[in-house]
Design a protein around this ligand. Sequence first.
Ligand code: ASP
Length: 291
Amino acid sequence: MSNKRFSLALHGGAGSAPGHDYGVEVAHMRGLVEAARDRLAAGANALDVAVETVVALEASGLYIAGRGASPNASGIYELDACLMDGASGRAGSVAALQGFESPILAARAVMERTPHVMLAGEGAAAFARTQGLKTIADPATWFTHAGAFEANHPPDLPTGTVGCVVRDGEGRLAAATSTAGVFGKLPGRVGDSPIIGAGAWADGQAAVSCTGQGEYFIRTAVAVQVAHRMRFGGESLASATAAAIQGVAGLGGDGGLIAVDREGHVAMPFASDGLKRAALFPDGTIMAEAF
Ligand code: ASP
């Protein structure tokens, strides 16, 4: 067991359903943080823990990503994901991927088994097939919310996403994000979640995963903005993340993010009507909440 300190944060998306009791999600997120803590204590690296956590978030069907995804305006499930390894600077991404259980595993395969960073649409699916990734036989029975989004989804880009950021015992940072995007999106619409620097970023400074109205997160390059504020402006993680979220709000968007820095600090600011989030702090304290 490593004695070195580590920390992490995860999110289950910005935005909340009024009156919904999030007790199940909070217990689930806490369990994932505990599992990630045990993996880190045993010496697992940041990238593996971030990916494993996002795979579990996707598979739960509790959040608007992976099995819990919402369809686009044509009733088709097009999912986005990306990840970045701060230690190596490598990144992988899939956009508008159809037919696979875990978009984050497809993104990892792009990073590790192609010379590319991002694959989209048909090409992404064709590649995922060659990697033996698990396919979805029947979307109507696979997706836990199938049918629930058809009638009257709320206006103004309502959202849901999952993500995880990790600082491991060796000081390595990693970030991973996976989403179905915004409800009722146009076919082919791609948000921030698979865009390196917008929906996720990790380098030697910070690891960031975002959630919210992706159009605004792309326009303000939120994830890399946080790291660059720290690197080039000397800001703290708390100050850099707060400023980046204020930039989104200043344009009229909403959302939040989770971040860790190389010292293990954790920040989870948001400017939205809710955020499902959990964290392990360097002193071993765990928090999990949703509202
Ligand atoms: N940011 C995601 C997107 O715009 C949605 C979300 O975070 O809920 O695709």
